[in-house]
Unconditional design. Structure first.
Length: 268
């Protein structure tokens, strides 16, 4: 059943991105009533909701996993639930940049054909890595795919600021500076998420030891310390996601540009 769901997700992803890409290339994406704008905007908002919601659920389950008052079975189950629920925000992250890139075109940020192809392919390729690593976890293939996922994140942490700097210097973001702010926020979120996952390795090692050897003060300390070190990253990521959402609503810089244009065109 899980494999069928994954196939459906991949098919829907290909359809949505393909249709949106066609609208962008035809020049219809910027229209207020176009499929390319309205649907991709809806998908952008949907990804944010399903990123933040399950992420909070993972945080709640983590508290149960380190609670020594619970039985080892309950704590192990909480750790497994974290792994399962965490797949949802990871999928949302994989698709987020592609959707954001397509959406930015509808706001007037033009992309060369080669860049648009890269934007459209990024989401599905990253999604395959994440789903493959999750399905094959515990195997050599899963470890390899997880390593590629980490490399992808590291490349984006470096690549997004470079892309923003280039687009800013060439004037592509002059009319929509808020998009630059959102992209930089996303780069910081990916960086913090990467650091958080590296610090959580000890936590999941503790889950494995709890399952194989049973509870001990050493395992409890290992898990609690690992989780405590990740919590500041979690809180900052949530705040940054809310800030990015606010930028998408307020659109600072664009509003000033619109007002200035209206003042120039007034008669007299």
């Amino acid at each position: 059943m899980l494999r069928v769901a994954i196939v459906l997700i991949l098919f829907a992803t290909a359809f949505v991105f393909g249709q949106s890409f066609a609208d962008v290339m035809s020049g219809e994406a910027g229209a207020a009533d176009s499929f390319g704008h309205n649907f991709v905007l809806f998908l952008h908002e949907l990804l944010l909701v399903y990123w933040l919601g399950p992420d909070i659920a993972v945080f709640i389950w983590s508290r149960s996993a380190v609670n020594p008052a619970l039985t080892p079975e309950q704590r192990i189950a909480a750790g497994h639930m974290m792994t399962m629920i965490d797949l949802v925000p990871r999928v949302c992250l994989a698709l987020f940049l592609t959707v954001a890139g397509i959406l930015s075109d509808t706001y007037g940020v033009t992309h060369p054909l080669w860049q648009m192809v890269g934007i459209v392919l990024l989401g599905p390729v990253w999604l395959v890595l994440i789903l493959g690593a999750w399905m094959k976890r515990g195997t050599d293939a899963g470890a390899t795919l997880a390593k590629y996922d980490l490399w992808m994140r590291a490349a984006l942490v470096v690549g997004i600021p470079i892309s923003v700097a280039y687009s800013t210097l060439t004037g592509r973001l002059a009319d929509t500076p808020w998009i630059a702010y959102k992209l930089l926020i996303l780069a910081v979120i990916i960086l913090f998420g990467l650091l958080m996952r590296l610090r959580l390795r000890a936590f999941f090692e503790g889950i494995d030891k709890l399952e194989s050897d049973g509870p001990s003060p050493e395992v409890d300390t290992l898990m609690a310390t690992s989780l405590k070190r990740t919590r500041p990253f979690v809180h900052v990521i949530w705040l940054l996601l809310l800030a990015a959402a606010l930028l998408g609503i307020v659109k600072p810089g664009e509003a000033e540009r619109t007002v200035a244009t209206e003042q120039v065109t007034l008669p007299g």
